[in-house]
Ligand binder design. Structure first.
Ligand code: SF4
Length: 296
């Protein structure tokens, strides 16, 4: 299999075949992200994908899930993604799920018909880094889309029948805006009605612009306790019809995972109990400093 530079996938894709269709990230400029800083973006040559699928068909003929890597594989044009899906189904007939990371601009660049065709071709698990429900925080993160842009694309994905997950970074607006950020994040997720929410704290990874912003006093990082406070407030405000709440990544200080709305009270109780067990000195410290690439 070809893997160039760093490769990332969501924790829940641990059992999936990782098929490299790009290297790096076509954006590679989010304020907090160090994942692909050392990798130049490039699209994989078709012959590499053909070779990797032939190898996978030999090594893992029964695989049922494929996750396209790397940073935002959904940036590929729809016809390329459709061609890749066709090759996957031909080489690996048991595949029922094709997923990848996607940016909001990757969705908006596709027509309604293309999104519907991608859904019909088996794309049913795209992961979108929404991160925040506040426009100024999205601008600070250099995400290059607004909350309204995201909401419009979620509507189009639903209309196309293409299921998606969202990533939310709690505590990304700083300690003075915990309640405001939690409410805004919940509002955008409630409007999105995703299949899964992946929650994580804001990380301060070496080599990112965020480090300089903190050093110059232009951004104040939340403590672990403030992060948990925001995660709890966020969860309290969620009103979802049928969604996985996924917070069991290595970066989650109190790991919780369950279905909403069914498990909401149990998840809140677990978060509150977990927070109560953490020594005050740890709650007052900054979380996960330098956990490179761990936002995903
Ligand atoms: S967070 Fe995602 S979109 Fe932003 S630079 Fe990192 S990989 Fe690219």
């Amino acid at each position: 299999m070809h893997y160039d530079g760093m490769t990332f996938r969501p924790p829940y894709e641990a059992g999936s075949l990782l098929l490299q269709v790009t290297r790096g990230c076509s954006h590679n400029a989010c304020t907090f992200c160090s994942m692909y800083r050392e990798v130049s973006f490039a699209i994989s040559p078709l012959e590499e994908i053909v070779d990797d699928l032939a190898e996978a068909a030999w090594e893992f003929p029964g695989v049922s899930r494929v996750f396209l890597v790397n940073g935002d594989a959904f940036c590929l044009p729809a016809d390329a993604l459709l061609n890749i899906a066709e090759m996957i189904h031909e080489a690996l007939p048991n595949v029922r799920s094709i997923g990848c990371y996607a940016r909001i601009p990757n969705v908006s660049s596709k027509t309604d018909g293309e999104l519907a065709a991608l859904a019909a071709a088996g794309y049913n698990n795209i992961n979108i880094g929404v991160e925040s429900g506040l426009d100024d925080v999205l601008a600070f993160m250099n995400k290059c889309f607004t909350v309204d842009d995201a909401l419009r694309q979620f509507e189009r994905l639903h209309a196309a029948g293409l299921p998606f997950n969202v990533n939310i970074i709690n505590a990304a607006a700083g300690p003075k805006r915990i309640a405001e950020h939690a409410a805004a994040n919940a509002a955008v997720v409630n409007a999105a009605q995703p299949t899964l929410i992946f929650v994580s704290p804001l990380h301060v990874d070496p080599g990112t612009p965020l480090v300089g912003l903190i050093e110059r006093g232009e951004f104040e990082e939340c403590t672990l306790g403030q992060y948990l406070e925001e995660e709890i407030a966020f969860l309290e405000d969620l009103e979802l019809d049928d969604c996985v709440f996924f917070g069991v990544h290595v970066s989650n200080p109190v790991p919780v995972n369950g279905w909403l709305p069914r498990d909401k009270e149990a998840l809140l109780a677990a978060l509150r109990a977990g927070m109560a067990r953490i020594p005050q000195a740890e709650l007052d410290a900054h979380p996960n400093k330098g956990t490179e690439g761990s936002l995903r």
